[in-house]
Design a protein around this ligand. Structure first.
Ligand SMILES: [Zn+2]
Length: 353
């Protein structure tokens, strides 16, 4: 592995941490917004800590027995604590299961005490040697689990490093916070983002940044899941909506949402609705002479469509809040999409004064 395993803006942090490789505190709390790179960093650090021959930059070599073992997913010295719902998701990758969302729903989105106890019993068996416990997201621990975790943090075994990955540190027990050394993952600078755009090889990377709160790693994820292409298609269809049949479009969207790989890619009705809301909010902005925030690459089209009717677009934006509320369980997906698109068609394109 090389420095390319981490983006440029995380390298100095990496150097800080790996320079202390043998004197690391036993618990690190990695915090920051989703997409800030903390999970990637935790995985790299875990690999580096277990590697037999890390390279001169402190990264895992990718070649030694330990690295191969880790890559196989069976390394006994890596203990992961994640909510059951996330486990399910990971386990079903690539299997094209038909109803993962249903199963997911029945599984806990919390980290429960039994999971923490299981780790505890593994740690109690034989001490010595390096072990890494990854807890993600740490704020998913319920109170009982967090208290059990606290106990482990108070009496860490020799060589064990806890990596707590956390989006919302305020939701952690103060006692847990005080047991960890906190590392904050901030945003890359404008210059770093510019460098990244130049070298990322992703079409429309700059426009996508607007869509991803300015976080390059989220753009990469969108690209890997093919959602950048989906967004382009979606926007093109909305541009053509005034001259197309909303019912036909609803049928097409239904097909895409029911595709086998939709769940795996994160393509859901809730996502579509949030994309429509962004579209409407941007239309209202542009109608008011303000630059779009999300669809930076569709400013001209949005201006032509909204044509100064900022009130109608704002009203429609509000209307879509109600759709968002029922998006998790529509009774009939096709009917739901048809209704949504008819409303969108009527409110944003037909009304003329
Ligand atoms: Zn190695």
């Amino acid at each position: 592995m090389s420095q390319h395993a981490l983006p440029e803006w995380l390298i100095s942090l990496w150097q800080d941490i790996t320079a202390r490789r043998d004197r690391l505190p036993h618990a690190l709390l990695l915090t920051g917004a989703p997409g800030s790179g903390k999970r990637l960093f935790a995985e790299q650090l875990c690999a580096a800590l277990l590697c037999q021959h890390p390279d001169s930059d402190g990264f895992a070599c990718g070649q030694c027995n330990a690295c191969h073992w880790l890559a196989s997913g069976n390394h006994p010295d890596v203990l992961r604590v994640v909510p059951a719902a996330d486990q399910e998701e990971a386990g079903e990758e690539g299997e094209g299961a038909e109803t993962p969302t249903k199963k997911e729903k029945s599984r806990s989105s919390q980290i429960v005490i039994d999971q923490v106890r299981a780790i505890q019993s593994v740690l109690e068996v034989g001490a010595g040697g390096r072990r890494v416990v990854i807890v993600e997201p740490a704020e998913a621990m319920n109170v009982a689990a967090a208290n059990a975790m606290l106990k482990m943090l108070e009496e860490p075994g020799q060589g064990t490093v806890f990596l707590l990955v956390c989006h919302a540190p305020r939701r952690l027990l103060p006692t847990i916070l005080s047991r960890c050394q906190r590392i904050d993952f901030g945003r890359p600078s404008a210059a770093q983002v510019k460098n990244w755009v130049a070298g990322c090889g992703i079409k429309d990377a700059e426009a996508l940044l607007g869509f991803c709160s300015g976080l390059p790693l989220l753009v990469e994820r969108m690209h890997q899941q093919g959602l950048d292409e989906a967004r382009r298609q979606f926007a093109t269809e909305l541009v053509r909506l005034p001259n197309s049949d909303p019912l036909k479009l609803a049928a097409q969207w239904e097909t895409r949402l029911k595709a086998k790989d939709a769940d795996e890619r994160g393509l859901s009705l809730a996502l579509l609705i949030s994309w429509i809301q962004r579209w409407l909010a941007d239309g209202a902005r542009v109608a008011n002479g303000i630059a779009p925030r999300f669809y930076l690459d569709y400013q001209t089209e949005l201006a032509a469509l909204s044509n100064g009717r900022s009130e109608a677009w704002t009203a429609c934006f509000r209307e879509f809040h109600t759709y968002r509320g029922v998006a998790q369980h529509p009774l009939n997906l096709r009917l739901f999409l048809e209704e949504m698109l008819l409303v969108l068609h009527r409110r944003t394109t037909v009304v003329r004064r």
